[in-house]
Design a protein around this ligand. Structure first.
Ligand code: GLU
Length: 295
């Protein structure tokens, strides 16, 4: 990052339910990182996946963030808005016209045969890469990944990363068979359009970064710095999530929630008698560890 480029960070929850402690950890890390760099912090509601959006969840999420002392510096963005949908369509159409995206007729069932790899992906075996099988119609649309695309980057938490996207995931979906634009497309176009310089998010997305950087490069945008923070896990090692019934955080006790999230990030607890006092001190301590002068 150059000195002239002002830090812009974001928290981008999917409104599939209220925030649980795992999502608060991510929100807090992105908030503290933005504040400790004197930067802006944005909130984007990733409601592109309409079937998974829970009515009322967005309002609860914003109330929870407010109670925890985390307020966005700009109006909240929504992926479902007409303007954003139009923008995804524009990028998608341009790539389709340029032959960077191709129609794919494969069903989930067709792809079951491919084994899941260590990233939890079934690399696309390229069935429709050179054209649709005779008589089949496109269902989804995939990004044509160059065979030799190797993406390298340094994650601020996990260190140097390298992924050969073609082998690791193959051609990935940009438009789904139900017509919705895929997360990978929307997240990149939004981050670029919002001027995001720094992404701080959960480690479950570490393996998506290489895919996303291919899209950043194609849009000739400066890649953001990345920090993926470790995920909270259930006792049996699964990611804490709405699917495994992680309870919503209790905003009646905001300090207890903040202290728990802080310690989950590996920091020592410290006394604070109010949310604002907690945030002030946490920003100082985060800056010592990860701020502009650190490392
Ligand atoms: N919406 C995604 C989630 O809730 C986060 C996307 C991102 O931070 O890139 O897991």
């Amino acid at each position: 990052m150059t000195v002239t480029q002002r830090y812009v960070g974001r928290f981008a929850p999917s409104p599939s339910g209220p925030l649980h402690l795992g999502s608060v950890v991510t929100a807090l890390a992105s908030f503290l990182d933005a504040r400790s760099h004197g930067g802006k912090w944005l909130v984007r509601i990733e409601d592109i996946d309409e079937p998974r959006t829970e009515p009322g969840a967005e309002q609860i999420i914003l109330q929870q963030l407010h109670a925890l002392g985390m307020m966005a510096d700009e109006p909240i963005w929504h992926q479902s808005s007409a303007g954003r949908q139009e923008r995804y369509r524009q990028v998608f159409t341009r790539w389709r016209d340029q032959g960077r995206v191709y129609g794919c007729a494969c069903t989930r069932r067709d792809l079951q045969r491919v084994a899941v790899n260590e990233l939890g992906e079934r690399p696309y075996p390229g069935i429709c890469r050179t054209g649709l099988p005779f008589g089949r119609q496109p269902r989804s649309w995939r990004f044509w990944v160059p065979n030799d695309a190797t993406v390298n980057f340094v994650d601020r938490w996990f260190g140097p990363q390298e992924q050969q996207v073609f082998n690791a995931v193959g051609d990935f979906v940009l438009r789904r068979s139900d017509g919705y634009f895929a997360y990978q497309l929307a997240v990149v176009v939004d981050d670029i359009d919002q001027g995001v310089t720094d992404v701080v998010r959960g480690a479950d997305l570490l393996s998506s970064t290489a895919r996303q950087f291919l899209l950043w490069d194609l849009l000739a945008a400066r890649r953001p710095r990345m920090m993926h923070v470790p995920l909270l896990r259930t006792a049996d090692g699964r990611k804490l999530s709405k699917q495994n019934h992680a309870p919503p955080v209790n905003i009646e006790q905001p300090l207890a929630v903040l202290q728990a999230a802080w310690q989950a990030l590996g920091f020592e607890p410290f006394p604070a008698d109010a949310v604002s006092a907690f945030q002030q001190e946490a920003i100082v301590r985060w800056r010592e560890q990860f701020g502009p002068a650190a490392g």
